[in-house]
Design a protein around this ligand. Structure first.
Ligand code: EPZ
Length: 431
């Protein structure tokens, strides 16, 4: 297994390019099943999650060609309606296959995705939405079985206990685009990744009004056609790079990201006093003296503060004088990074769904364990601010969502190396 060896860093400096958004590319890859014509996708990030999704598309019968890195040509001429457990269990976002299979095949059998360390990942809203589209949905033997022979559009309220659902919205929109009649979807997710999916579907011939708003109106059409689409930039990768610059007091320009995709995040950093210059598709972080100001933030569905940038902000706030409060409203367990940051010397107390972070604390390098995608990133960011070396194990979590992470960061002066765990000092190697 690979590990990262990260050494405490001086200021990071230079330019760093953002790749395509994982959380847009996943539902968009699933959407290629909605037509028997070729869909050409560009700016698809090279991540393990993408490879899993491509594997599942191949399994159901789609032809997949990669003419060049970042580009996929998908043709789903003849497909089956079953997404098996052995593939779905590798990546819960494969639940996004439900909508396209229901729409195209009028039936679907998709294994129920497992939970993950950040908490249970229910799909009750996905099922409710399909039932509102007049589908017969049964759960048996760990699979969702859908009979959509009588599918038809209708009014759907898709809000749950934590508000809107991103992949739930993706699934229901993809099911509705080929359903006879009109579907009015209320409390739809407004994340930029959902907007990107809707834009792709319209290019394929779907009729969707209200894109980007919590109320979508989908008018079913008989058939969708092929098209070409470039996946939007990954705002979460961009935000992670912004924090890397801030925690090392560097001068870094994050390129290929429109600041408007990160309004709540940038607003919070502005409140903390981080000097930044915003361009049309760049975010430049500037060096600063003294301490930033502590913040009080609650994660919310878009346009609120993104849960996927919660752990990274927490790492930064360990270096900020004063008491910061970070409350997680989407996934209350999403604090697996906290015990690891405490091992590095961070002063954090958990109070229900809130982390009370008392800064600034001197961090020292330590052997730590990655647990989930964004927590892994937070540990690396903290390691940049620590004295000494930090060894991060189980970095396969990171490879799910960050393409060439260590290469990109090394390019702006980070001291981060990918090594085999046998190269870790023996005394540090934890079971
Ligand atoms: C998407 O997950 C993202 N993943 C997550 O990113 C992201 O954290 C999350 O949206 C929230 O923004 C992908 O897009 C592949 P949800 P998703 O359905 O769609 C509850 C990352 O790090 N809920 O919006 O699974 C749920 O428990 C990943 O890149 C129900 O109760 O999230 C949660 O509390 C992690 N019933 C809340 O809604 C349902 O049927 C939001 O979940 C569905 C969800």
């Amino acid at each position: 297994m690979d590990v990262f060896k990260v050494s405490g860093n001086g200021p990071l400096n230079g330019e760093i390019k953002v790749g395509g958004a994982k959380n847009a590319a996943l539902p968009i890859l699933a959407a290629t099943l909605l037509t028997d014509e070729t869909v050409v996708l560009k700016n698809v990030p090279d991540l393990s999650d993408m490879r899993f999704m491509i594997e599942i598309l191949q399994h159901v019968g789609a032809e997949t060609v990669q003419p060049e890195p970042g580009t996929w040509e998908i043709t789903a001429k003849e497909i089956t309606h079953i997404a098996p457990y052995e593939l779905v269990r590798k990546m819960r976002a494969s639940v996004c296959l439900l909508g396209p299979l229901v729409a195209r095949m009028r039936k679907a059998e998709v294994s129920i995705p497992g939970g993950c360390v950040i908490g249970p990942r229910p799909i009750d809203l996905h099922i409710k939405g399909l039932q509102k589209l007049n589908c017969q949905v049964d759960i048996a033997n760990g699979y969702v079985h859908v009979d959509a022979s009588e599918i038809k559009g209708g009014p759907i309220f898709l809000g749950g206990r934590s508000g809107s659902t991103v992949t739930g919205t993706a699934n229901i929109v993809m099911a509705a685009v080929l359903a006879p009649g009109s579907t009015r979807l209320e409390c739809a997710a407004c994340e930029p990744e959902v907007v990107d999916l809707c834009n792709l579907l319209v290019k394929m011939g779907a009729q969707i009004d209200g894109i980007g708003s919590p109320e979508l109106t989908i008018t079913g059409v008989d058939k969708l056609h092929g098209c070409e689409h470039s996946v939007i930039a990954d705002r979460i990768e961009a935000g992670t790079f912004v924090i890397a610059a801030a925690i090392t007091r560097g001068d870094v320009t994050v390129k290929g990201i429109a600041p408007k995709l990160l309004s709540a995040f940038l607003d919070k950093l502005e409140e903390a006093g981080l000097p930044m210059e915003l361009g049309d598709d760049t975010i430049r972080v500037l060096p600063y003296e003294g301490s930033l100001k502590p913040v009080d933030v609650i994660t919310l569905p878009h346009p609120g503060y993104p849960t996927d940038l919660q752990a990274q902000l927490g790492a930064l706030m360990t270096q900020t004088d004063g008491i910061s409060i970070i409350t997680e409203r989407i996934y209350p367990n999403r604090f697996m990074h906290v015990p690891e940051l405490q091992r590095m010397g961070a002063n954090i107390a958990m109070e229900g769904p809130s982390a009370i972070i008392k800064g600034a604390s001197k961090l020292s390098g330590a052997p730590v364990m990655a647990s989930d995608l964004r927590a892994s990133a937070a540990l690396i960011l903290a390691a940049f601010a620590a004295t000494g070396d930090t060894w991060i194990q189980r970095i396969y979590h990171l490879d799910r969502g960050y393409e060439r992470f260590e290469q990109k960061l090394t390019g702006i002066g980070a001291k981060i190396e990918r090594l085999h765990e046998r190269e870790m000092p023996k005394e540090l190697l934890e079971e």
